[in-house]
Design a protein around this ligand. Structure first.
Ligand code: ADP
Length: 457
C-alpha cells in the first residue's frame, strides 16, 4: 500500500508537507527501517518507539506515525490516538482494497504453525496459484498487520495463524482480518497466566469461531468437549470435526519406521469413513498428526480432493519436535516453545523410540502466572520417563519440577556452555537427547553447543 492518499481518513495528513508521500515498507523496529518506510512509534513494555524517531529518520524513513510529537527530529510526524490501532486499520484497508479472498484463520494452544505450514504446502500444490501465509511470530496485533502491509500482494487465499496472549487480543485480530474459515485446534495452558482462568482463555480463542459470518466453515477438535460444544453455542455455521475418537477426519493410528537410515511416520486416517494412509518424513508426534487431521478436514470440507502424496516431502518447521541424528545420537529439537500439553505428546513418542538412555534438557515454561507451580509439577511428573534430566536454570521457575523427580538422575546448571559440557560428559552412542523450554529461555543455545561438539567429534 503505497497510495496513502486513499487512507486520509485513517492518517491525518494535514501537517504533512509532502502531498503524495510514498511508503514502500511499514516498520515498528527502527533497526529494520529502510528508504521509504512509514515508521510506527509503539510504546512497548521495555522500549518506547518514540525514542527511536531519529534513528528511523537517519535510516531513510519517509514519515513516522506517533502518539505524541517528538521535538527536534526533522522526520514528518503523523499524530494518531493509537499507533497499534492505526497499523491494524491500514492492514484492514489493504485487505479490503485487494478484493475478495478466502482468509483461513487458525487458533489453538499448540500446532498453529505446523497446521498453517501444512495447509500452505498442500493448497499451494493443488490450486495452482500462490497462497499467502504469515511467517512464524507475525501473528499478533502488531505482527499480523505488518506482514499484511509489507508482504501481501492480493493472493486469493490467505492462511493465517492468530496468536493471542491476553484478553481482548482475538477481538482485535478478527476485526482486522474478518476470517472466512476458522480452525480451533485445541486448548492448553499456553499463556493461561495472562487470563483469570482456562475458561477465559477458551472464550478468547473461541471468538474466532464467533466472528465468522453465518454458514461459514468452522473446523473444530471433536476430542475436546469445550471446543466441540461450540456447535451448540454458535449454531449457524458449517462445522467439520477432527480427532482421535470422533469427527469427519479421525486419526486411527501410526507407526515409525526407518528407511534408508532416515525415520518415517506412517499414519492412518479415516476421512468420512474412508481409510487413508499418509507417509511422512521424520518422526511425528500425536499432536502433530492431529494437526494434519485438521488440515485433511479443511481440505475435504473446502471441496478439494486430498492428495496424500503432497505431504511426503513436507518438512516440519524447525524447533517443533524435529529429530536429527549425529554419530548415532538422536537429538530432538523441541526448543521453539513449551507447555505441558506439547511435552505430553512428545513424551508419548519418545518412549516409543529406540534409545539406550533417554536424556531431557529442560527449561522453564513462561506466562503461566498463578498456575505456574501446578503446571511445573505436572511437567516434573511427565519427565519421570527419562533416565537423566538436565535443568537449564536460566529461570528458577523450572526448579518447581524437582519435587516430582525425586530419585531421578537430576542435574542443574545456569551457564548454557557448561551445561552443554555436562551433557556431553554423559552422552553415549545410542542415546536420545530431548531439548524443551519456553521461547524466552532460548534453550537452543545449549542444544547448538551440544550439536557443534558432537558434529566435530
Ligand atoms: P504453535 O504455533 O501453536 O506454537 P507449533 O506448530 O509451533 O505450535 O508447535 C509447537 C509445539 O507444539 C511443538 O513442540 C509441537 O510438537 C507441539 N504440537 C504441535 N501440535 C500439537 C498438538 N496438536 N497438541 C500438542 N502439541 C502439539
Amino acid at each position: 500500500m503505497s497510495d496513502i492518499s486513499k487512507c486520509v481518513d485513517i492518517l491525518d495528513l494535514r501537517n504533512f508537507d509532502r502531498k503524495d508521500p510514498e511508503f514502500t515498507r511499514f516498520h515498528v523496529n527502527s533497526k529494520k527501517v529502510c528508504e521509504g518506510t512509514l515508521f510506527f512509534a509503539i510504546k512497548g513494555k521495555h522500549h518506547d518507539g518514540h525514542s527511536f524517531l531519529r534513528e528511523a529518520w537517519e535510516k531513510g524513513a519517509t514519515a513516522a506515525v506517533v502518539e505524541k510529537f517528538v521535538k527536534d527530529v526533522p522526520i514528518p510526524q503523523i499524530l494518531v490516538r493509537s499507533t497499534v490501532e492505526t497499523l491494524g486499520k491500514l492492514a484492514k484497508r489493504k485487505l479490503e482494497e485487494c478484493g475478495d479472498s478466502v482468509r483461513i484463520c487458525i487458533t489453538g494452544s499448540n500446532g498453529k504453525t505446523t497446521t498453517k505450514e501444512l495447509i500452505h504446502h498442500h493448497l499451494s500444490k493443488i490450486v495452482g496459484y500462490p497462497i499467502f501465509k504469515n511467517e512464524g511470530n507475525m501473528n499478533t496485533e502488531i505482527g499480523l498487520p505488518l506482514t499484511i502491509l509489507n508482504d501481501y500482494h492480493g493472493e486469493r487465499i490467505l492462511v493465517l495463524e492468530l496468536g493471542i496472549n491476553k484478553p481482548g487480543d482475538m477481538d482485535k485480530l478478527v476485526k482486522i482480518i474478518k476470517p472466512s474459515i476458522g480452525i480451533f485446534l485445541n486448548l492448553g495452558s499456553a499463556h493461561v497466566g495472562n487470563f483469570d482462568s482456562l475458561e477465559e482463555l477458551f472464550y478468547e480463542k473461541a471468538k474466532l469461531i464467533f466472528s465468522l459470518e453465518p454458514f461459514s466453515l468452522a473446523i473444530i477438535n471433536e476430542d475436546d468437549i469445550r471446543i466441540s460444544n461450540l456447535k451448540n453455542i454458535r449454531r449457524n455455521l458449517r462445522y467439520s470435526g477432527f480427532g482421535r475418537k470422533k469427527g469427519k477426519v479421525r486419526l486411527a493410528g501410526w507407526s515409525y519406521e526407518i528407511e534408508n537410515g532416515s525415520f518415517a511416520t506412517r499414519s492412518i486416517y479415516f476421512i468420512d469413513g474412508k481409510r487413508t494412509e499418509i507417509k511422512l518424513k521424520n518422526v511425528w508426534n500425536e499432536g502433530q498428526l492431529l494437526d494434519l487431521s485438521a488440515v485433511l478436514c479443511l481440505i475435504d470440507s473446502m471441496g478439494y480432493e486430498v492428495k496424500v502424496e503432497t505431504f511426503e516431502d513436507f518438512e516440519l518447521p524447525d524447533g517443533r519436535f524435529k529429530l536429527s541424528k549425529v554419530h548415532d545420537i538422536l537429538l530432538i529439537d523441541d526448543t521453539y516453545n513449551s507447555n505441558v500439553e506439547s511435552v505430553k505428546k512428545a513424551v508419548g513418542t519418545i518412549s516409543n523410540l529406540p534409545a539406550k538412555k533417554r536424556i531431557a534438557v529442560i527449561g522453564a515454561m513462561k506466562e503461566l502466572g498463578k498456575f505456574s507451580g501446578w503446571y511445573h509439577a505436572e511437567l516434573g511428573r511427565l519427565l519421570g520417563t527419562f533416565d537423566i534430566v538436565f535443568i537449564y536454570l536460566k529461570d528458577p521457575e523450572i526448579l518447581m519440577i524437582r519435587d516430582e523427580l525425586n530419585g531421578l538422575n537430576l542435574r542443574e546448571e545456569k551457564d548454557p556452555l557448561k551445561l552443554a559440557q555436562d551433557i556431553l560428559s554423559v552422552v553415549e552412542k545410542g542415546d536420545l537427547i530431548y531439548f524443551k523450554a519456553s521461547r524466552a529461555i532460548e534453550i537452543e543455545r545449549v542444544m547448538e553447543e551440544v550439536w557443534r561438539n558432537l558434529s566435530n567429534f
